[in-house]
Design a protein around this ligand. Structure first.
Ligand SMILES: Cc1cc2nc3c(=O)[nH]c(=O)nc-3n(C[C@H](O)[C@H](O)[C@H](O)COP(=O)(O)OP(=O)(O)OC[C@H]3O[C@@H](n4cnc5c(N)ncnc54)[C@H](O)[C@@H]3O)c2cc1C
Length: 379
């Protein structure tokens, strides 16, 4: 009897897995023994890391999008029909349009989304670049900015661990090029007692911030934003005035995860090595939606997806798992408009950012294009 692998979520993780399974299970699919189904929310696939460049006018919006059906192997049964209820007891998912999809193996890859509405006043007074509309508004705000106080406010949890640092370095160079650096003060806030969750990255960033005069306020857990007074206040009792607020809002996982009772906040309890949902043997979790305490990043999703492809193929062909995920993450870090560095780490090796160079920045720009090969599972 044919086995169905159902993937919920057509972002980076879901797409890499679907394409990888098709490539490795071609014979089984041809014989009708395996089928791959995906439920997604949109006909288009967005390259999210490209949003970082939108506020600075450094990317054309067309570069951010591809038709999801063209990114996916044509053997994937893809439905733009979001999952409404995931029933792991009965191995089935019901959808917004009333489908019931039964599965043998389920992959949850529903990602993470910014929730500015969770902090009073943030949506009204803040700008962010984690969604396209918001990134466009920030571009307009930066175009009209002639100097004053900017607060770059970071909240947890959030995806892309390094984007908040990147935007600070890019803002600095943007204002320098505009000739308004002397009229501009940038203050960065972070919820714990250093500049970044990853300690070596925090140690690296501090002297860089000091060198270019970025102020910072650590132990800043945002409580409220006052759109009238233009102040942002922390639970620790600190209030900062701003002319422009750029926030990395706190994130949540997908609503369907929470509604289906699969994880508080939309984060699914996940085995750090096998990536199986805690308590399930046929449900796997990939990318931002896991509760694994590592960076929510595209590279994390990619490395996890590679493991899951091997394990699902082995399960289907030989009834066993193939290998464990070792916590590997790799991130390029823009340190300005023309320089960059990178970090890589795993569960046992901490990150160690190297000296920035123009060449690494070029690699990051090249990756912005190569992403589409990555999503197809060719890189
Ligand atoms: C500004 C920005 C910069 C970034 N920069 C980097 C970077 O430089 N390097 C890096 O590695 N990462 C970066 N990232 C992070 C990276 O984009 C994400 O970590 C990555 O996309 C995670 O993949 P995912 O598949 O888990 O989630 P996503 O790619 O977000 O995909 C989840 C998918 O699930 C869908 N979904 C949700 N609910 C349902 C439902 N009910 N039914 C069906 N589908 C559903 C969503 O619509 C979405 O398409 C950046 C992100 C942002 C926003």
């Amino acid at each position: 009897m044919s086995k169905t692998v159902l993937i919920v979520g057509g972002g980076l993780a879901g797409t890499i897995i679907a394409n990888g399974l098709c490539r490795q299970l071609g014979d089984e699919m041809r014989r009708g023994e395996v089928g791959i189904t995906m439920l997604g929310t949109s006909e288009t696939h967005m390259y999210q890391p490209g949003l970082l460049y939108v506020p600075f006018g450094r990317i054309r919006e067309a570069e951010l999008f591809r038709d999801q059906r063209k990114v996916l192997d044509r053997r994937v049964n893809f439905f733009v029909d979001p999952a409404k209820h995931i029933d792991v007891e009965h191995n089935q998912v019901t959808t917004e349009q009333g489908r019931t999809v039964k599965y043998d193996y389920l992959v949850l890859a529903t990602g993470a989304r910014p929730m500015p509405q969770n902090i009073p006043g943030m949506r009204e007074a803040g700008h962010w670049f984690y969604e396209l509309d918001a990134a466009r508004k920030l571009r307009d705000a930066l175009n009209g900015f002639t100097g004053g106080k900017i607060v770059v406010n970071v909240n947890a949890p959030h995806k892309c661990p390094v984007a908040p640092l990147e935007v600070v370095f890019m803002l600095y160079e943007h204002f320098k090029a505009k000739g308004i650096l002397d009229k501009t003060e940038i203050t960065y806030t972070y919820p714990i007692g250093r500049l970044h969750a990853l300690e070596p990255v925090a140690h690296w960033a501090k002297p860089e911030f000091d060198r270019i005069g970025i102020k910072y306020e650590t132990f800043f857990n945002t409580e409220t934003v006052d759109p009238e007074k233009k102040t942002i206040s922390s639970m620790e009792g600190v209030s900062l005035p701003f002319d422009l607020l750029i926030t990395i809002p706190p994130h949540a996982g997908a609503q369907v995860i929470e509604d289906s009772g699969l994880g508080k906040g939309g984060w699914v309890p996940t085995n750090t090595k096998t990536l199986s949902r805690e308590g399930s043997t046929n449900v796997f979790v990939c990318g931002d939606t896991t509760n694994i305490p590592i960076s929510k990043a595209g590279s994390t999703a990619h490395f996890e997806a590679d493991v899951l492809i091997d394990n699902l193929v082995s399960l289907l062909q030989e009834g066993r798992m193939a290998r464990d995920y070792d916590g590997k993450v790799f991130c390029f870090v823009e340190t300005g408009m023309n320089s960059g560095t990178y970090v890589w780490f795993n569960y046992t090796t901490p990150p160690n950012p190297g000296p920035p160079s123009q060449m690494i920045h070029w690699f990051k720009l090249a990756y912005n294009r190569l992403y589409w090969l990555s999503a197809r599972g060719l890189l």
